[in-house]
Design a protein around this ligand. Sequence first.
Ligand code: PMP
Length: 391
Amino acid sequence: MNYIKKLSERNRLMDSKIVRDSLSTFGVDNLISLAAGHPAAESLDYELFKESVDKVLGKNDLSLMNYSFSNGIPQLREAVARFLKRTQNLEIDSRSVGISSGSQVTIDTVCKAFLDEGDVVLVEECTFLAALQSMQSCKAQIVPIPMDSEGIIISEYERLIEKYDVKLTYLIPTFQNPSGYTLSEQRRTALAKIIKYNDLIVLEDDPYGHINFNDKQINSIYSLAAENVIYLGTFSKSIGPGLRVGFYTGPFELIDQINAMRFSVDVHANVLAQNVVVEILDNERFYTNVKKMSSIYKVRKDIMVEALNKYLPESYSYAEPEGGMFIWLQGENDIDSDLIYKKAINNGVSFVPGTLFTPNKLDGKNKLRLNFSSPDLKSIDEGIKKLSEIL
Ligand code: PMP
């Protein structure tokens, strides 16, 4: 039987094979993976996780095994509101907080909620590949906003909202995936003004904000324009991605819609995991570990930058990130990162080709995403050396 022919056009629109290929290079013998964005093993606090699981199971509470609320258990919604007060000084009513099974499923739900076929969604010139897949599956028109190392260029954003009837803007403004870039304070303020004035909705995805290499607090776009932003957070990077717990907040009317859609998407997040996250967020060791995590990643970023300075051909450039997990290499226009990927695998190193992150594939041809959170220090140096040999 031709199984592929049975699948939907939506499925065919999603170009996911090379994604699986490049991300599956993690943990393969004799291959240094600079591809996957996994957390460093030593950054995960297993002791705290285990203690919290034991505490939750010790309650002998049968509700842990049962169906629950689609917007999350009240204790976690309240704990998230306290967490946002403590970490970002945000005053949020827990009724406007929803608990997700990680951010990706919320991105997918928000796309379904906002985007009909042909609707325009604006995204950063390079962006999170799974979000692009969700938008593609809605048959949306995905329009890239030109950016530089300070994030999207505001005059370009203004030009695009003038040109198109924009339904949604999806942004990862802080320590972006894949570029590592952060939208500057001045541009955040300007953007907040524009979206308020034009009644636009921004989906702000912030999985990396806490992996901050400086002490400088970065204000979310949500904090500047709460009526116009759906803000996504996740515990994938601060506790562990295996738990599949994240959250969303924003204008109550929209959050309520997203909650209602959860029935057809994932019903609700895992109840055991939600209870475990309540315990973890109430423990001071969580905050200590998040700090430790940032310092582990900063050391890795420094080693990668040092290796790039040592080995990288002069025709490549990058901006040093101030947080997050990635460095975005940019080569001359005539290079082909898909071809380089094949050569790199044969030379014992992997990365993710830029074409996977750009709505127009050609825009990513001369770009490569490098991850520094998962490889150890020796592998980072060796990996950059191996990669530079074939660049
Ligand atoms: N958004 C971005 C920008 C990401 O990089 C990731 C994870 N790599 C996600 C969302 C999804 O995170 P989660 O594990 O919470 O689904």
